[in-house]
Structures are given as C-alpha cells and as structure tokens.
Ligand binder design. Structure first.
Ligand code: ADP
Ligand code: MG
Length: 695
C-alpha cells in the first residue's frame, strides 16, 4: 500500500486498529501527518556515560557502564530483585519489583553492561529502579545517540503505548519515506536562510544523528510553521490595504482648536508621533486597522480622543467600545470632559441603559445628531445603526475576539467601512503582538507623561501587616487615598469573597475613624457606581475591592495600592493593577502582600515587579514564565495549534520568519511568480493537506 500523509495511522506497520483508536482518543493522532508532527519533547543523551561517583538524585537520567554484581532476591519487606553495578569510580544499587525471576535468569554477573535510568534514593543508597540495560558492545554505543522522548498518557501507557513504542512507529514511518519528500519552502528561501530540506529535518527531529543537525532540524520546522502564519497575516493585511476603501478624513480644524485652546497638558513626544501616524492613515483613503500599544498610564485615551477629533471634524461619527460597564463609564466621563468645551454630543450605551434612553440614543445615532458613543459590546448589536460611522475605537483588554472586532466593519450596510483603532490595555510582548495582531499596523506610545514619579513597589509578608497599616495611616493623614485589592478567582469564589469581607472587617477595625468603600462583582451596578463615585470624590479614603477596579479607573489622588495574596495574580495583571496609582503628583506606592511560603515562580513574579516599572519588560517575562497558553487572547488565536514553535521562546526565529514573509509579500502580494508556486500551494491547502504524499 502506498502511504501518504493522509493515510490513517492504523495502516502503519506496528499500529493496527486497536492502537489507532487509542492514539486518536488520547493524542488526536489520526493520520501519518499527525504522527510525524508528534515531535519529541526532549532527548536523552546516550552519547556519553556518567561515572557512578557523579550520580546525583537531581539528574533526570544517567547512562552508566559497569559490571553487575551479586544479584539476589529479597523476600523481607516488598519482594524484589537487587544487584549492584560497579565501574572504576564506585557502585550503585539496582532494583526490580516486577518480572523478577525472568530478569534474574538473564543477568550475567561479571559481564560489562550498558545501563540507563533515573537515579533515586532508595534505602538511603543511590539506586536505579527498573533500568534499561543491555550487554555493552562497541557497536551499541555507536548506534545510540540522542534518543527521542515523546509525550504519552497514563491510559496509553497501560496499553503499552509508551515513549518507546512511539519511537518505534516513528522509525517505521520514517523508514518508508521516499527519497524525495516534496519540499514545502521555496528553494531560494532555503538557500538564503540556510534551511535544510524537509526530509532531513523530519528524520532528524525524531532521530538526530548529531546535536548540530538537531539544531538545524528544529530551526527548519519552527521557521516553516511561523513563516506560514506570518505570510497569511501579512497577505491578509496587504489585500485589505489594496481593496478596503476608507473615507478620507483630512480636516484638522477641530483637532487644532482643541489642541490650542482646550487640552489640559502638553502631549508627550510619543503621543504626538502616534497621532501623526494615525492621521496619515485617516487621510489616506484606505481603511485603517491599527493597534495602539502603550504602558499603563502612557495616555492612550488622549491619543484616541485626538484621533476622534480628526474624524468628527469632517462630520462623521465615532464609537468607542470597552469590555466592562465600569470601564465604559470611565471612558465616557473622561471623553465628556474633553468634548464639552467643543460642544460635541456624546452618549453612553451599555446593557443597563434603560429602554426609553436606549431608544433615544439609537434614534440620535441614526439621525447623526449624536457624534460620540461609548459603550460595551451592546454597540455591535444589529439594531445599532449609525448615520455615518467614521472611526471605531476598541479598548480591547484582550477580551474581544477577532470576530467580534470585525463585526464593526463587516456589515453590508456600512460603506465605506469605518477606520478601526484598537487599544491594548497592557503591553503585549513583541513576538505575541506580531502573531495575535500580525495583520494590523502597530503604534506604540513608549513614553510616560513628564513629572510622573515611578511607583515604589515593595513586598511584605502577611506577618508584617501592622507595619503596612501604620504606613497606610500616615499616607491617609497626608490626604492620600488607598486601594486594597483582593484576588477573586472563579474556582475559589466563595473563599475569595470570605477573604474580601474578612479583610474589609479587619480594616474597619484598624481604621475606625476612616471612611471606607467596598466594591465587588456581587454588588448591583448602581451600588458599585455609588461607592466608586464616593471614592472618586474623596469622600471615602480606602477602597477595598476585588479586581473589578483592574481596568481603567482613574483617581489621581489615590497613591497607595495594597495587593493582598499578590502571588495569586498574574504578572501582567499585577502591573495593570499597579497602574491605578501614580496618576497624580504624589509619590505612589504599591505594596505586595504574600504569605511567607511562596513557590519559585511566584517569588520570581514578585521580584520582577519590585524590580521594574516597565510594562513591556514585564509582559516579556510573563510570557516566558507562563507560556502563551495562559495569556488572554491567545486561546482563540490559533497560536496554540503550533506544533513545534513557541512564541515565548522562539522570538528570534519568529522575527526572521516575519522578515522573510514581508519581503515576499512586498514583491509579490498575490504570489503569482513561479518561484512562489510552492508557497501559494501551501497557503491554499489546509494545514493537514499541506503535508503532501510520502510516496
Ligand atoms: P492609559 O494609557 O493607561 O489608558 P490614560 O489615557 O488613562 O492612560 O492616561 C493616564 C492619565 O494621564 C490620565 O489622567 C490622562 O489625562 C493623563 N495624561 C495623558 N497624557 C498626558 C500628558 N501628555 N501629560 C500629562 N498627563 C497626561
Ligand atoms: Mg486606559
């Protein structure tokens, strides 16, 4: 039978129908393409031998060479076979609990063995339990080099589908490769980036002949994966730019008016640059799709408002969408403040807008009398019709999916499509932005408004709480306000609410004369708003809250943030929270409270926050510590379908792949040149089909 990559695995030598079902169920391996892409997650180095004297418990595995001595079966305690292995440097124990008699029969004392296993301590001796072993010959070492280790599951292991089994079927598959496997990257690209051919790469990712060729195989396969992701994104961007007409907004009178007469502060250099970038898009006649990145507090809202003014100045409408009601209200108030002196009409639309009010707003939007609308995703509802929507600003917080975003401009009744500006709440690591938002243009506000003092971040243990309370008291007597934040994780919601309420009560006791607010997700929206307002007005001095305050809240007089159980928050989330203070003139403080016991990763996170205020650095570290799977927005992006590349670790390959893709799309956006035939073919077929025929 001729195998192709689409052949179901049951037809591969060594698999069969029963094992095929298990491999499908447990590892989603259906066909040979799935199998060959079930790459090893590590390799065992069988190229060298350890000295027995160097064996330590923390070594993941060791390979030893020595003679077996005095094997015997022990019946006291758990029945077992024991022996020792001796080389020139020392001895180590060996133990077997299963198939004892058979193994004893085969063991040949005094003969040189080659042996492999994980060292542990058993009966206070270094021991290898159930070692893999064979009689040493010069030939066996020559064959064995880097041995691939594959992920399996407990269920698979119970059916003898372990790493060794997968190794065997991979070997069967690779043996049946034809001499020429179809190449899936163009020749000149392979030459330019010194990329090895596909067949060599696949054979060596599973069975590396040398560590050097393994490196090359990895590079090739990661590059290919990232290259096609980038090529798709960049081609989509290019085609959109070519096709998508946008209204051209050139009039800057309104912007100038605001800039010269109203704006309450001097723009930072970065804000000016980014507004220029956006203006260039808005007047170009092509639809803008731009991501606005910047650290917490860098002034993205002002940039968004100035962009709005360009569009409003030409008589079109603008919309701003945010993920939560609190954030929508915050934006609404801020924009209202900016817009009032210019007599612009501004409205708000959320899930809790009353029916009569909603009707009025929808009416005014359709008439065009309402110029600015701020809202939750209610805004992308079918019955919201604009007279002339020119710009949609989306404050994303990673929470809107790509599809939701597109709804603003993929409606048939909206032509030309509005320009789109997406604001990200926290900085996104470069590598991730390139992939999550790779089809967009990116502007970065990489400068903080002048006069901001960096926030002082410190770490205290729960046992030092009295000291923290004294500090809080001093700050309040200086006229400042304070946030105390508690984690709220869905899985442990009940406990978390209890902690919040307990914490609130202990703060009440510690500060009997200080007016407090409490805000959490179980309160009615109107109560939440009332408490927020009291804090904003300075009527209350301490705000005890769950992470509902995480996004956007702006109280310049609040200069201290105490974060309880700080180890339970993610790094970027902590940075985002911390950004709620340090918005005024006063020195701001962020106090991270934890238990004395902390695991290594939590300790690293806390240390990182104490060490830096730079959101981009923190985002990079977050990506490295957690991996992309845990970052918001990644789930629906398809990033996790990558088989071998890892955006957290392979940033440099991603960079090269993106550059390569860019160069090709620039020269040949439709990929019609003959030398791009391979690429075009690859893009046209789905991922699975792209693997072509084996024979
Ligand atoms: P973010 O980028 O986190 O959304 P905001 O837009 O909320 O930041 O801005 C934070 C605070 O800084 C706001 O109070 C805003 O009015 C103020 N701000 C913005 N730009 C400047 C500037 N150039 N100079 C001084 N203050 C500014
Ligand atoms: Mg903001």
């Amino acid at each position: 039978m001729q195998l192709t990559f689409q052949t179901p695995i049951e037809y591969l030598k060594g698999v069969g129908p029963k094992k095929a079902v298990l491999l499908q169920e447990e590892l989603q391996i259906y066909n040979l393409a799935d199998l060959i892409q079930h790459y090893p997650f590590r390799y065992e180095d069988r190229t060298c031998f350890h000295n027995i004297a160097d064996v330590r418990e923390d070594l993941p595995y060791v390979q030893l060479k020595g003679v077996i001595q005095s094997p015997k079966i022990i019946t006291t305690g758990k029945k077992r076979l024991v022996a020792t292995l001796k080389d020139e440097t020392g001895v180590i124990s060996l133990v077997w609990f299963q198939k004892i008699n058979g193994i004893l029969k085969q063991l040949r004392p005094g003969i040189l063995y080659q042996l492999f296993g994980k060292p542990t301590v058993y009966n206070s001796c270094y021991t290898i339990v159930h070692p893999e072993m064979e009689i040493f010959t010069a030939q066996t070492t020559q064959e064995k080099t880097l041995i691939p280790v594959y992920h399996t599951t407990e269920k698979l292991k119970a059916s003898y589908i372990d790493s060794k089994y997968i190794r065997r079927v991979q070997a069967n598959l690779i043996e049946q490769f034809p001499i020429h496997l179809p190449e899936t990257l163009p020749e000149d690209l392979c030459a330019q980036y010194k990329i090895i051919d596909k067949k060599t790469a696949l054979a060596n990712i599973h069975f590396p002949a040398t560590p050097e060729i393994l490196q090359k195989a990895r590079f090739r396969l990661k590059f290919e994966e990232l290259f096609y992701v980038q090529l798709r994104l960049l081609q989509a961007r290019q085609l959109r730019l070519e096709k998508q007409i946008g209204a051209a907004y050139k009039d800057t009178k309104l912007l100038q008016d605001f800039y010269q007469n109203v704006i309450p502060f001097e723009l930072t250099g970065a804000q000016k640059r980014v507004v220029k970038e956006i203006y260039a898009d808005l007047k170009s006649g092509k639809q803008m799709n731009r991501l606005l990145q910047g650290d917490v507090g860098s002034g993205k809202t002002m940039v968004a408002f100035l962009s709005m003014l360009i569009v409003l100045g030409s008589g079109a409408q603008v919309a701003m969408m945010a993920p939560t009601e609190i954030l929508v209200e915050q934006h609404y108030k801020k924009l209202q403040e900016f817009a009032a002196p210019l007599s612009l009409q501004i409205g708000i639309l959320t899930g809790s807008t009353k029916t009569s009010e909603r009707r009025k707003i929808l009416d005014e939007l359709a008439q065009g009398t309402l110029q600015i609308i701020v809202g939750t995703h209610s805004l992308i509802n079918e019955n919201v019709v604009f007279k002339n929507l020119g710009l949609a600003v989306i404050d994303e917080q990673h929470r809107f999916g790509v599809m939701q975003r597109a709804k603003f401009w993929q409606r048939d009744d909206v032509q030309p499509v509005p320009h789109v500006l997406i604001m990200s709440a926290t900085p996104i690591p470069r590598t991730l932005a390139m992939t999550l938002y790779g089809d967009l243009d990116v502007s970065v506000v990489d400068e903080m408004p002048a006069g901001r003092k960096p926030i002082k971040t410190v770490h205290y243990y729960d046992a030092q709480r009295l000291r923290v309370f004294r500090f809080v008291k001093d700050q309040i007597s200086l006229g400042r306000q304070v946030y105390v934040v508690y984690p709220l994780i869905e899985e442990s919601e009940k406990m978390d609410y209890k902690n919040l309420i307990d914490g609130y009560e202990s703060i009440c006791r510690a500060f009997p004369e200080v007016p407090l607010s409490i805000v959490h997700g179980r309160m009615k929206a109107s109560d939440k708003d009332y408490e927020m307002q009291r804090f904003v007005k300075g009527e209350t001095k301490i705000m005890v809250a769950t992470t509902v305050i995480e996004v956007g809240v702006n109280v310049p007089n609040a200069s201290v943030m105490v974060i309880e159980n700080a180890d339970r928050f993610g790094l970027s989330q902590l940075h985002q929270l911390r950004g709620r203070v340090g918005r005024g003139q006063d020195q701001a403080y962020c106090i991270l409270m934890t238990d004395y016991k902390l695991n290594k990763k939590s300790r690293e996170r806390i240390k990182a926050l104490v060490h830096t205020n730079n959101g981009f650095e923190i985002a990079d570290m977050d990506l490295r510590l957690r991996g992309p799977g845990d970052l918001m927005g990644v789930q629906q992006s398809g990033l996790l379908e990558l088989k071998i590349a890892d955006v957290a670790r392979d940033g440099h390959i991603l960079q090269i792949a993106r550059e390569a893709a860019k160069e090709i799309i620039k020269k040949d956006p439709m990929l019609i040149q003959p030398s791009h035939y391979t690429i075009k073919n690859q893009l046209a077929t789905s991922n699975d089909n792209s693997w072509g025929n084996i024979g």
